[in-house]
Design a protein around this ligand. Structure first.
Ligand code: MRU
Length: 338
C-alpha cells in the first residue's frame, strides 16, 4: 500500500489550505488563504469541487469572513459573504446546507463576541462529520458486493470531492480493502476530465487497478459483460430519490437498466434535499462553453460555435437500484420524508 500523501483541504494556523485540483495530476499545488473571496473563486473555478467538499470549504470561508472585523460591521460582512459563497455553484445542495447551518448559528447568537471562533468550530464539526459519513458509506455498501467485482464509476467522488475518503470512491476503496474489487472502469468524464485526471490519480494512490475509457465506452463494456455494477456520487437527491450528478450519470443509469446491471448512488445524508420534491425542481448548473470547446486553453473547434453545457443531469429514481448513505442503503421506492 502506498502512503497517501495528499489532502483536499485543511484548516491550519487560521488559514484555509486547498489543493488546486485544476492542476492535477501533473502538479500538486496547495493554496493557503484567509480570504473568503478566494475560496468562492476556488469553488467557481473547480479548484475545489465535489458536493461535500464545496459545502465544508464554503463553511470555512464564511467563518473566515468574520476574522478581524470590527463588531459594528458583523451583520453586513456576514451576509455579504453568505450571499457571495451561495452564488458560486447552484446544484450541489451540500453548499447550501453548510452555509445555512452557519447562518442559523449566526442568527441565534447571544452577542457578537468571538463569532469567528464560533463559526470556525461549526465548520470544523461539518468537516469531521463528513469524514465519518464517508467511512460509514464505504462500510454500508459492503453487503452489495456478492463477488469480486468489475465496477464502473463516473466523475470524481474521492478524497478530492469530500472531507473524508469519498462517497462512491470509498465504496470502491472499502470493497477493495476487503478483496472485492477486480477492476475499476473510470469514465474520463467530459468536459473537465474529473475521471481521467482525478479518480485515476486517487486509484493509483490507493493501488487499486483501473482502466480509463471515454464516457461513450460504457455501453460496449456492458454489452461485453465486463461491468458488474456502477456506482456514482450525487450533488442533490430529491425527496423521491431523483438524483442530480455529473452530466453522463443519467446515460449510465439508462444503460444499466437496459443491461440489467445494478446502478447505485452513494452520498452522505447531507446530500438529500428534503425541500426538493422531485428532480424537476433541481437547478442545473450550466458552465462556460469554453470548458467544452477548449482543452488546456487550446480551442478544439472553430471560433464562435455554440455548445450545450449542463454540468449535471438528473437520474430518475426508478433507475437507481439503491442509494448508499451513511445511515443505510435505501431501496426503491424512495421517500426520504420517512
Ligand atoms: O463539477 P464537479 O466536479 O464538482 O462535480 C462533482 C460530481 O458530480 C460528484 O459526482 C458529486 O459532487 C459527488 S462528490 C462525492
Amino acid at each position: 500500500m502506498r502512503t497517501i500523501n495528499y489532502f483536499s483541504i485543511k484548516f491550519e494556523d487560521d488559514k484555509f489550505i486547498f489543493l488546486d485540483q485544476t492542476k492535477l495530476p501533473h502538479q500538486e499545488v496547495y493554496v493557503a488563504t484567509e480570504d473568503y473571496e478566494r475560496i468562492a473563486v476556488a469553488i467557481e473555478k473547480l479548484e475545489v469541487r465535489g458536493a461535500p467538499l464545496i459545502g465544508v470549504s464554503a463553511a470555512y470561508g464564511l467563518a473566515l469572513s468574520l476574522k478581524n472585523i470590527k463588531s459594528q460591521n458583523v451583520e453586513e460582512v456576514f451576509y455579504k459573504a453568505y450571499n457571495r459563497l451561495s452564488s458560486t455553484r447552484p446544484t450541489a445542495v451540500n453548499l447550501f446546507m453548510a452555509l445555512d447551518h452557519l447562518k442559523t448559528i449566526f442568527e441565534t447568537r447571544e452577542n457578537d463576541d468571538d463569532m469567528y471562533q464560533l463559526l470556525l468550530s461549526e465548520a470544523k464539526n461539518l468537516h469531521s462529520a463528513d469524514k465519518e459519513k464517508c467511512r460509514l458509506i464505504g462500510l454500508n455498501a459492503l453487503p452489495l458486493f456478492t463477488k469480486k467485482a468489475n465496477v464502473l464509476t463516473h466523475c470524481n467522488t474521492g478524497l478530492l470531492a469530500t472531507a473524508g475518503d469519498g462517497t462512491a470512491f470509498n465504496v470502491i476503496k472499502t470493497a477493495s480493502e476487503h478483496g472485492l474489487i477486480n477492476m475499476v472502469f473510470v469514465d474520463e468524464t467530459r468536459p473537465l476530465f474529473q475521471g481521467s485526471r482525478l479518480t485515476a490519480f486517487e486509484l493509483e494512490k490507493h493501488n487499486i487497478p483501473f482502466n480509463i475509457q471515454t464516457d461513450s465506452c460504457a455501453a460496449v463494456l456492458m454489452q461485453q459483460g465486463k461491468i458488474d455494477l456502477v456506482v456514482t456520487g450525487a450533488d442533490r437527491i430529491a425527496l423521491n430519490g431523483d438524483t442530480a450528478n455529473k452530466i453522463g450519470t443519467y446515460a449510465l443509469a439508462v444503460l444499466c437498466n437496459f443491461h440489467n446491471i445494478p446502478f447505485y448512488i452513494a452520498a452522505p445524508t447531507t446530500t438529500i434535499d428534503r425541500k426538493t420534491i422531485s428532480g424537476a425542481d433541481i437547478k442545473i448548473e450550466f458552465r462556460n462553453k469554453l470548458e467544452l470547446l477548449s482543452i488546456n486553453g487550446n480551442r478544439i473547434t472553430s471560433e464562435n460555435y455554440e455548445a450545450f453545457t449542463p454540468a449535471f443531469d438528473v437520474t430518475p429514481s426508478h433507475l437507481i437500484r439503491g442509494i448508499i448513505t451513511d445511515e443505510q442503503v435505501y431501496f426503491s421506492p424512495y421517500n426520504f420524508l420517512r
